[in-house]
Write a protein that binds this ligand. Structure first.
Ligand SMILES: *Cc1c(COP(=O)(O)O)cnc(C)c1O
Length: 385
């Protein structure tokens, strides 16, 4: 198998990642030879089932969870929808109040808005200039009818890592369930469900060198979450549908690989990230970093340049073979400024000139140097200097 490495400079690992050779190789047999349906009794079915259970073990091990606490889904969006709508529905008798933050992914925000249309009440916590929620504010927001707190682990746009440990403790004290969207954090930083008091956690394979269209929801033993996709008895009767065997196998392999040498990879990425942040702010005037300086995902750099339009900058970067993002991959243009950047109160002259660069395990110092050169030249161009 030949390794097809992307030829340009890929600085958009928060949007998606390239599948690794090992992941592709692990998936291959389940696309043709071992095509069996895992719900059948003959050998092909057994093989598919065994493969799914091996993957479940790999995911469970990565979180120090039990295999029975891992449910496979079609990705981060489904996991988020399931956790929010599932718990809201199941606990309707207890109450109809949910707490989240203003900077969640749309999979959470739009699920919450949907619930609001059904009569639920949602509190959207503000964040400070670093993108952090306040745990005091969170505690004050909890009411007798609060059933769920959903706050992300690490933010996809600005990289800020939320105080998950503290949020979980507060949720437990008040008997409220806590879900975290860990799509950006899982497989990038160590997460143990023995250590973190989270009840549910979402992740997605394509964010950590696995295939697209597969993810999982961790649900702590004893948390009663209803089925989201109704049908057959797959996934302990909680998520119907013939399993995406190859996808699940690929995700298991990707998780296993991610756990290998994670600390070393984190150190390296953090070092390169800091290098990029320093270089960009030193070499380009009127540039400011968004998000928390240290409580931040290893590979995330979000930077705003005063007086320019970020979307135009992205086009110029693309001409230099550099892939970067604006706020998020899914802003449709009714506003030039991302809601995350807005929620953090980034000054107006900077907000529209925001670019996100997210590094990965293969990013090199040379690529960062080239990216900064391009940024320098193109920001200057856009400023008409
Ligand atoms: C990518 C992402 C999602 C959505 O995951 P998909 O698998 O693409 O549906 C959800 N939350 C966050 C924070 C993400 O970065």
């Amino acid at each position: 198998m030949s390794s097809q490495k992307y030829k340009g400079i890929y600085l958009d690992h928060a949007a998606t990642t390239q599948m690794s050779d090992a992941v592709e190789a692990a998936m291959q047999p389940y696309m043709r030879e071992n095509f069996g349906n895992a719900s059948t009794v003959y050998r092909y079915g057994e093989e598919a089932k065994d493969a799914i259970e091996r993957a479940r073990g790999q995911i469970a091990d990565s979180l120090f969870a039990k295999k029975s606490e891992i449910y496979f889904t079609s990705g981060g969006s489904e996991s988020d929808n399931w956790a929010v709508k599932g718990i809201a529905g199941a606990q309707k008798k207890k109450g109809c109040h949910i707490i989240t933050s203003r900077i969640e992914h749309h999979a959470i925000l739009n699920s919450c808005q949907y619930l609001e249309r059904l009569g639920y009440e949602v509190t959207y916590l503000d964040v400070d200039q670093n993108g952090m929620i306040s745990t005091e504010e969170l505690e004050r927001a909890i009411r007798d009818d609060t059933t769920l707190i959903t706050i992300m682990f690490g933010n996809n746009e600005v990289g800020t890592i939320e105080p998950v440990m503290e949020i979980g403790r507060i949720a437990r004290e008040h008997g409220v369930l806590f879900h975290t969207d860990a799509v950006q954090a899982y497989a990038q930083i160590p997460i143990s469900v023995r250590q973190y008091p989270v009840d549910m956690l979402s992740a997605s394979a394509h964010k950590f060198h696995g295939p697209k269209g597969v993810g999982f929801l961790y649900v702590r033993e004893g948390v009663a979450i209803p089925s989201f996709i109704h049908g057959g008895g797959q996934e302990q009767g909680k998520r119907a549908g013939t399993e995406n065997v190859a996808g699940i196998v690929g995700m298991g392999k990707a998780a296993e690989q991610a756990m290998h040498g994670m600390r070393q990879r984190m150190r390296r990425e953090t070092m390169l990230r800091n290098y990029l942040m320093e270089k960009v702010t030193h070499e380009i005037p009127d540039a400011r970093i968004n998000g928390h300086r240290t409580r931040r995902l290893p590979g995330n750099v979000s930077v705003s340049f005063a007086g320019i339009d970020g979307a135009s900058l992205l086009i110029l970067l693309d001409e230099d073979g550099i892939c970067a993002s604006g706020g998020s991959a899914c802003n449709t243009g009714e506003s030039r400024v991302s809601y995350v950047i807005e929620a953090m109160g980034v000054p107006e002259e900077y907000a529209a000139g925001t670019v996100r660069m997210t590094l990965g395990k293969d990013t090199t110092r040379q690529e960062i140097d080239l990216a900064v050169e391009s940024l320098k030249r193109n920001v200057k161009l856009l400023r008409g200097a």
